[in-house]
Design a protein around this ligand. Structure first.
Ligand SMILES: *Cc1c(COP(=O)(O)O)cnc(C)c1O
Length: 424
């Protein structure tokens, strides 16, 4: 029996049915990747003999917290990395990336971003637009970027030239598209970039901002040549269960430097009370491949639905994906607001609130967000963000389970119908 708990225009329902048909091939390939990644993680749990005893607490210094230490081994193996830190003490993706950058870079070093301008929240960390006290620039660490080409792809020729002219300590790659309409990077492209960097400048450390990328493909950047990567646990890596946290994975020597920065030089990873979070972090890591699969199906469905409805979408249904983000270009301000209101109305938490555009600190334009989440700001849960500027696109992501998130996406379209922005 078809569910009938929401009022959906029959014409819209028919479009939705057509859209679902078009998702079939993409769903099959997502199922294959999910199965592979889920069994990869399961085998890491088994290999490291995860037991009831690992799900307990530590307090104070947290010395010899067996759960924490085992989780870090499980995560390293899941990422195909030599070593990893995965902790609730990382407060956001930005904090995690900051620890990694400060852990590895030294005064006088220069980092080169291969993927154009980095994600908004890193601008202050780098200190590139203005003088920010405590930024990398403030510590004499320089930043340069190679612009993307006119198609939004990495300009390999320019990367090669830059690396041949000067010594860079780090080459930095952002895998996800962020709030831009460029493509996310596939792992195969990250591999080619790693090879390019190592060919021209073997000592340059390749670091990847892996936010939104974990478990989207069968391999992770650290399995194809990246020396270090980092991500957030309230995105893909925490499976919708971790209530906060982040991870750094990669080469053992580099992970140790990051641990020195996270706690204290000489102390490193040996401390860090887990305060009862081990269980949620183990469960989150275990759930992550499956949850990412649900989020990917949600993105694919939204892509098909809104394309059927006549909007430009990126990526398209059968385009390869390197992250869980789906952009839908809605074309005008009011349609975008209706979309976010509709999506919010289908959330399990805070369905009754009405999202409003607001002046978000650090952004030039007003931003509207739909997020009815169990964990504040968790974008592995169905959510959408949109700066109110041309081309009036919504960037949506997440979905803890497809059956629920599908309703959220459909209600976004229904609200656009109700408010007169969409004629069927
Ligand atoms: C989310 C994100 C970040 C920062 O993460 P926060 O948790 O929001 O601080 C950095 N880079 C990319 C590509 C992201 O998607």
């Amino acid at each position: 029996m078809k569910p009938s708990f929401f009022t959906i225009d029959p014409a819209l329902q028919a479009v939705s049915d057509r859209a679902l048909e078009r998702c079939r091939t993409a769903f099959e390939s997502i199922a294959d990747i999910t199965r592979y990644n889920q069994q990869k993680v399961l085998s890491a749990f088994i290999h490291h003999r995860v037991s009831e005893a690992h799900l307990g607490w530590s307090t104070g210094y947290g010395y010899d917290d067996n759960g924490r230490e085992t989780l870090e081994k499980v995560w390293a193996e899941s990422m195909g990395a030599e070593d990893a830190l995965i902790r609730h003490n990382f407060m956001s993706g930005t904090h995690t990336l900051t620890v990694a950058l400060f852990g590895v870079l030294r005064p006088g070093d220069t980092m080169l971003c291969l993927t154009g301008r980095p994600y908004d929240t890193l601008i202050g960390v780098l200190g590139i637009d203005e003088k920010v006290s405590g930024s990398l620039a403030d510590f004499g660490i320089h930043f340069e970027q190679v612009e993307l080409d006119e198609n939004g792809h990495v300009n390999r020729q320019a990367v090669r030239e830059a690396l041949s002219c000067k010594r860079y300590k780090m080459a930095y790659i952002q895998r996800s598209r962020g709030y831009s309409l460029r493509d996310s990077l596939r792992v195969a492209e990250i591999k080619e970039l790693c090879e390019l960097v190592k060919e021209v400048s073997p000592d340059t450390i390749v670091m990847v901002d892996n936010c939104y990328g974990e478990f989207v493909e069968e391999k992770e950047p650290t399995q194809v040549g990246a020396d270090l990567m980092a991500g957030s646990l309230i995105k893909n890596a925490g499976g919708g269960i971790a209530p906060t946290g982040g991870y750094i994975a990669g080469r053992k020597d580099l992970v140790e430097q990051c641990a020195y920065r996270l706690t204290a030089p000489g102390v490193g990873r040996e401390i860090g009370a887990t305060l009862g979070h081990n269980r949620e972090l183990f469960m989150g890591v275990f759930a992550a491949p499956h949850t990412v699969g649900e989020a990917l199906k949600t993105a694919v469905y939204a892509s098909a639905l809104f394309e059927e409805l006549g909007y430009a979408v990126t990526p398209r249904v059968n385009e390869p994906r390197g992250d869980i983000i789906q952009a839908v270009v809605l074309g005008n301000r009011e349609a975008l607001i209706a979309f976010c209101k509709g999506m919010q109305s289908g959330a399990p938490v805070d369905s009754f609130v009405t999202p409003q555009p607001w002046d978000m600190p650090g952004y030039d334009d007003q931003v509207i967000m739909a997020a009815g989440t169990f964990t504040l700001g968790a974008s592995i849960e169905l959510s959408a963000d949109a700066p109110l500027r041309e081309p009036f696109a919504a960037w949506m992501q997440g979905g803890l389970n497809f059956d629920s998130a599908q309703a959220g996406v459909l209600l976004a379209a229904q609200k656009m119908v109700d408010d007169g922005f969409l004629k069927l």
